[in-house]
Design a protein around this ligand. Sequence first.
Ligand SMILES: CC(C)(COP(=O)(O)OP(=O)(O)OC[C@H]1O[C@@H](n2cnc3c(N)ncnc32)[C@H](O)[C@@H]1OP(=O)(O)O)[C@@H](O)C(=O)NCCC(=O)NCCS
Length: 141
Amino acid sequence: MLADSEPWKRLGYTAADWARLFDAIPQGRDAFIIETNGAVAGLALIRPRFLMGDYLELLAIAPAARGKGLGGTLLNYLEGLVFARAKNLFVCVSDFNQEARRFYRRHGYQKIGPIPNLLIPGSAEILMRKTMGPARGPRNA
Ligand SMILES: CC(C)(COP(=O)(O)OP(=O)(O)OC[C@H]1O[C@@H](n2cnc3c(N)ncnc32)[C@H](O)[C@@H]1OP(=O)(O)O)[C@@H](O)C(=O)NCCC(=O)NCCS
């Protein structure tokens, strides 16, 4: 599913890269799948404890299953877990990945800024953030 999927093909990820990531259960991340009719339709990895929040390291819906609300359903579920314990959820999205940028904007993510040449030359990863507010309250007088 991932090896055949944009944006990762353009970013140079191959089946071997995905095998390396998933052959052993990814350490230090929480992993989730979403199923339809008993088949895996998408997956997500969250890396906890990043900049006063969590980092959504991977969110992918199978190409044939996109645009049917599954990504939104999975993201809403993840946010329920994350915002019960932290104030921020961060994600990176490639500058050329207009669909995903719109998807995150619609879900309330704001652009923090571009990280140029992070994965491939000439392209930036855009760091985005959804927040429930400051991590610490105002100091007592
Ligand atoms: C980005 C991604 C996770 C979104 O998942 P998805 O299942 O397509 O998302 P949804 O169906 O919930 O929403 C996508 C669009 O479909 C529309 N939609 C939602 N429910 C729908 C439904 N029941 N029927 C038809 N369209 C629907 C929404 O309006 C939404 O539009 P928007 O993009 O303007 O917000 C998915 O496209 C994907 O895996 N892309 C490749 C990987 C990637 O870019 N990941 C993110 C970067 S890490």
